[in-house]
Design a protein around this ligand. Structure first.
Ligand SMILES: [Zn+2]
Length: 165
């Protein structure tokens, strides 16, 4: 098992987690209310695990070089180019560490600089929206709105992976 620590101050950011060999398929979600009243997809990774996402994740978003391309900027969300005919793609960091949002409970804080407004949760489209609960350094982007996957992506440069009991 491993834990993720804040690279800046050493604060523990997650429960003990088991690394997965890859990012699982994102579960389908129809937008219905969960039994606890929340409205978000099932988590992509199970509780107690994490996975590395080799694809670019989150902001910034840039125009895709192929104007015919019509893919998603973040899974499930297409963003049309405000200055052109095509769609935007993620130019965010690769190799983010994806955890179950509830495995970070009480260890992260909302980024006070982030003003993004979601429908049922955090859309995660304006860059890192979670900071270290100890030093306030930017560490992760939470995706928890009803139309995005349910994931936290830790910035690979902002965390250290340490072996845990
Ligand atoms: Zn910190």
């Amino acid at each position: 098992m491993n834990v993720l620590l804040c690279a800046a101050c050493g604060h523990r950011l997650t429960e003990p987690l088991r690394p997965l060999p890859g990012l699982p398929e994102r579960p389908e979600y129809g937008g219905l209310k969960n039994p606890d009243g929340s409205r978000h997809a099932p988590s992509t990774v199970p509780r107690g695990t994490y996975a590395v996402d080799p694809e670019p994740s989150g902001a910034p978003f840039v125009p895709h070089p192929d104007p015919e391309w019509a893919g998603a900027a973040i899974p499930g969300v297409c963003i049309s180019d405000p200055d052109g005919d095509g769609f935007l793609m993620s130019a965010g960091p690769r190799d983010t560490l994806v955890t179950h949002p509830e495995d970070t409970a009480g260890r992260l804080s909302h980024n006070p600089e982030s003003s993004e407004i979601g429908c049922c949760g955090a859309p995660g489209q304006e860059g890192p929206n979670r900071v270290c609960g100890c030093c306030g350094g930017l560490v992760a982007t939470l995706f928890s709105d009803c139309y995005v996957p349910y994931e936290i992506h830790f910035l690979p440069d902002a965390v250290q992976v340490e072996a845990a009991e």
